[in-house]
Write a protein that binds this ligand. Structure first.
Ligand SMILES: NC(=O)c1ccc[n+]([C@@H]2O[C@H](COP(=O)([O-])OP(=O)(O)OC[C@H]3O[C@@H](n4cnc5c(N)ncnc54)[C@H](O)[C@@H]3O)[C@@H](O)[C@H]2O)c1
Ligand SMILES: O=P(O)(O)OC[C@H]1O[C@H](O[C@H]2[C@H](O)[C@@H](O)[C@@H](O)O[C@@H]2CO)[C@H](O)[C@@H](O)[C@@H]1O
Ligand SMILES: [Mn+2]
Length: 447
């Protein structure tokens, strides 16, 4: 790295992920020097709890970094190099509704998949575009690294509405899965894996995995997947434990059944929602969904720790930890800033990267990233089964964006009826009418 240092704004300053990412930025300081960190959120009260605690932590551990937090866009987005965006429009209260409304009609309730993901998409598009516009107005040379969800719909909205903007949409699910595949193969650092992958966000398949010397790791990974899904990849090393919540453990185990449908590829965990929707509904509690688990778990933990730091006036012994797993964000920022030409799995316009698939689809494929942005690595043709699934799901995502742009009830109904998670247009309409009611003030008014 050169001696240059960077000003970073974290959009969604009140997120449960903010302390982990802020501490990760400090830990990675040698690689990615930061001179200024600003938190931005549109909920002053929520952000203040996280920000005041981080302010104390920074004062004690990195006084050389200028730290601010604000709800004023001009202050947040002036003179910066990077925006790291993880907003949740509607927060957990709306996530809970996204998950519970479909379940009333026997349809799965999930943050980013099916009707819940569609509802969340209709809320997120405006929020993410607003932040992108702020960044372009006050820091036109900056890059926005977006991992706000639902990333598939947000990315399609950016392609349609802001095709020339400096935004990169990225997801950490494949990163976590590569961590797990590295554990299965006894490899310490996931970054040594060379991978091929195609799909949409939360909807894709690994096709090749090699180690750094080019040895094929697929036979070893396939053995584990066939027996236990991703469970064999869960690290038991202290500090490396991910997703100890039961629901995630089930998801990692269920990947065994998803894998069985195509033993030539290694699936993304999220495919279970489209391939086994009946199983997901049967194993869901309509009165206590993942949103409740997160509010009772991660949110209480993070906000409890922040309140304790504020009360004590010190962050010593507070248990704040850098999100080691989020280092991929620094890897990506370094690639853009320092032209490292590293490989990342990004959500980008297809344009032939998957040759027998819609060129206008936003696909998740490996890319080489440097100072001038990304260059896609072609993945060739996909088999018939995946092609059929991709065509159905990409149409859902495109229809949601069209519905948002045109304020179209018809298109949103079509989107819901086309989702593999929804059994009929009748059920789609019942869910849609409930979602419209629940999302008043968040969605454009549909007609
Ligand atoms: N893509 C990935 O790999 C990945 C991984 C983890 C989380 N996420 C996403 O990160 C986001 C945050 O997750 P969380 O569980 O910490 O949520 P959270 O509710 O704790 O935090 C989200 C914050 O965003 C703020 N916000 C909402 N709308 C805003 C707007 N228009 N402008 C500015 N701030 C706004 C909220 O006030 C809240 O403080 C979600 O979108 C989640 O899906 C993505
Ligand atoms: O149900 P949640 O809020 O716990 O998680 C939903 C998110 O799940 C994925 O991100 C995981 C990531 O894969 C894991 O390794 C670790 O960092 O936690 C993240 C959050 O739990 C997914 O990629 C996100 O898009 C989801 O929002
Ligand atoms: Mn994701």
């Amino acid at each position: 790295m050169s001696k240059k240092s960077y000003a970073v704004t974290i959009a969604g300053g009140g997120s449960t992920f903010t302390p982990g990412i802020a501490l990760m930025l400090l830990e990675e300081h040698d690689r990615f020097p930061v001179n200024k960190i600003t938190f931005y959120d549109n909920d002053a009260e929520r952000q203040e709890i996280v920000a005041k605690a981080c302010e104390i932590y920074f004062r004690e551990n990195a006084p050389e970094i200028e730290f601010n937090y604000t709800t004023d866009p001009e202050t947040a987005f002036t003179g910066i190099d990077f925006v790291l965006a993880h907003i949740r429009v509607g927060k957990y209260a709306m996530r809970e509704k996204d998950e519970k409304i479909p379940l009333k009609y026997g349809v799965l309730g999930q943050e980013t998949c099916g009707p819940g993901g569609i509802a969340y998409g209709m809320r997120s598009i405006g929020g993410v575009i607003e932040i992108l516009d702020y960044m372009e107005k006050w820091s036109p040379d900056a890059w926005m690294l977006n991992y706000s969800n639902p990333a598939a719909i947000v990315a399609e909205a950016c392609r349609v509405l802001r095709p020339n903007s400096k935004i990169i949409n990225i997801c950490d699910m494949p990163i976590d899965l590569m961590d797990k595949m590295a554990v299965m193969c006894g490899i310490k650092d996931r970054r040594e894996l060379q991978y091929s992958y195609y799909g949409l966000n939360h909807y894709g398949w690994f096709t090749r995995i090699y180690d750094k010397d080019g040895n094929d790791l697929m036979p070893e990974i396939k053995k584990h997947m066939a027996k236990n899904g991703y469970l064999d990849g869960i690290s038991h090393e202290p500090g490396q434990e991910q997703h100890i919540d039961e629901s995630w453990v089930h998801t990692f185990g269920k990947a065994k059944d998803v894998y069985a449908l195509d033993p030539e590829t290694i699936p993304n965990t999220y495919l279970k929602y489209y391939i086994f929707p009946d199983y997901v509904v049967e194993t869901s509690d309509p009165n206590y969904t993942r949103a409740n688990e997160v509010m009772d778990g991660r949110e209480k933990r993070v906000f409890g720790a922040c309140r304790e730091v504020i009360e004590k006036g010190t962050a010593e012994g507070c248990g704040f930890e850098a999100d080691a797993h989020a280092t991929y964000i620094v890897d990506l920022a370094c690639a853009l800033a320092e032209n490292t030409m590293e490989r990342f799995l990004l959500i980008v316009p297809n344009d032939g990267a998957v040759s027998n698939f819609d060129p206008t689809a936003m696909v998740e494929v490996p890319c080489i990233v440097g100072k001038n942005g990304y260059e896609k690595i072609c993945q060739g043709q996909v088999p018939q089964w995946q092609k059929g699934m991709l065509e159905q799901q990409v149409s859902v995502e495109k229809l949601v964006v069209q519905a948002w742009v045109e304020h179209s009830y018809q298109k949103l109904w079509q989107a819901l009826s086309l989702s593999a998670t929804v059994p009929s247009a009748k059920v789609a309409k019942l869910i849609l009418d409930d979602l419209i009611e629940a999302n008043k003030g968040y969605w454009p008014e549909l007609h």
